[in-house]
Design a protein around this ligand. Structure first.
Ligand SMILES: Cc1ncc(COP(=O)(O)O)c(C=O)c1O
Length: 364
């Protein structure tokens, strides 16, 4: 099988997902396990979404609507953008890959922060692109250095706002400067997977930078606050030319039927989204206070997860937490300098209490 695979696959590693609850239960013989590892919503999908799924589940003998027509017309009203500027993906993850596939030729450069969402390097390298990873500064995107890294060979800049894994944001003021200086032919992707959780008033809305004449893309998802992670559905707003290019190469039925009906129903749940945001903020404050009492410092997060500095090797703590039925993420996966951090997703009140109890025991 020598030379069988495309050389771009060399050096790529499969995505490593958070440990599934069922594995931990089986391996450790535990009855109760909580997963605070993958930035999912701990809350179930909205009842409206579940009812829509129940009503339509017997229709899955048919292919889904390949054009996501009903969902797009709902999003037109929700976002105020025409249907021709909308693309729907099997999670925003798929859209990230499609964006790389429509424009990257071997050797093209892609600028991204480091650490940031792990999928950006993968979609870049798989196309033969070159990653220009710019270290975070104070755990935030260093937009000045990202701008300096842009050259004639740059095709895409990914801005993860809020950033995964740090939960930090870049402000409207900073993005305004960045957008005024970046060459107009470079694609800027605002990955706003955690948009609905942000509370900081300086946070920019990527949609404000939309320009039909420039390759600016805004990505959002139903996987986080809407709780439809397992159904896989996200969306993007982009100029028509980009949407058309994506439509040329995406799978004909890339978004399943149940995901579409659940997303349509979820878009009506504006008050429930606000309520969930409030609940998450309250739990975030609880966790901040508990970390503080333990003498641990953590990053101020605008998302539904927190990066905490344990000041000791997080792998050991991870394993000890696992024994107590709590799954988090170790920081080593985010690169050098993060070995002592864990990333914990904000769970339901009881889960957060269990996590804190377990962490206290492990660190004592
Ligand atoms: C920053 C960021 N972007 C995109 C995604 C992908 O989300 P999905 O494919 O579930 O829509 C995630 C998931 O964790 C994320 O953290």
């Amino acid at each position: 099988m020598n030379n069988f695979f495309r050389s771009e696959l060399n050096g790529l590693r499969p995505y490593s997902p958070g440990k599934p609850i069922s594995d931990v239960k089986r391996e450790l013989g535990l009855e109760e396990v909580i997963k605070l590892a993958s930035n999912e919503s701990p809350y179930p999908p909205f009842s409206e979404a579940m009812e829509a799924v129940s009503r339509t589940q017997n229709e899955v003998n048919r292919y889904p609507d390949g054009g996501c027509v009903e969902l797009k017309s709902k999003l037109v009203k929700f976002l105020g953008f025409p249907e021709s500027n909308l693309m729907i993906g099997n999670g925003s993850n798929e859209l990230l890959r499609l964006l790389a596939q429509i424009c990257l030729n071997p050797g093209d450069e892609v600028v991204m922060a480091c650490p940031s969402f792990v999928v950006y390097p993968t979609v870049t390298r798989m196309m033969g692109g070159v990653c220009r990873e710019i270290p975070l500064i104070n755990h935030r995107h260093d937009l000045k250095n990202m701008l300096s890294a842009v050259n004639e060979g740059t095709k895409i800049v990914f801005i993860c706002n809020p950033n995964n894994p740090t939960g930090t944001i870049v402000s409207k003021e900073e993005i305004d400067v960045f957008m005024s200086e970046i060459p107009e032919n470079v694609m800027v992707v605002f990955d706003e997977a955690y948009f609905e959780y942000v509370d900081d008033e300086s946070y920019p809305n990527g949609l404000d930078y939309f320009d039909e004449k420039r390759p600016i893309v805004i990505l959002r998802t139903f996987s986080k606050i809407y709780g439809l992670t397992g159904l896989r559905i996200g969306y993007g707003i982009a100029p028509k030319t980009i949407v058309s290019a994506v439509n040329k190469i995406r799978e004909p039925f890339n978004v399943n039927h149940l995901a579409q009906v659940a997303a349509i129903a979820s878009l009506d749940c504006v008050d429930k989204v606000a309520e969930r945001k409030k609940l998450t903020l309250k739990q975030k404050r609880f966790l901040y206070e508990e970390f503080d009492k333990m003498g641990l410092s953590c990053l101020k997060s605008e998302a539904n997860f927190i990066l905490v500095d344990l000041k000791v090797d997080s792998k050991k703590v991870f394993n000890q937490l696992l024994q107590k039925g709590v799954i988090v993420r170790t920081g080593d996966i985010f690169g050098p300098g993060y070995e002592n951090f864990i990333r914990v997703t904000i769970g339901m009140p009881e889960e957060n209490k269990k996590f804190i109890r377990a962490l206290r025991e492990v660190l004592s």
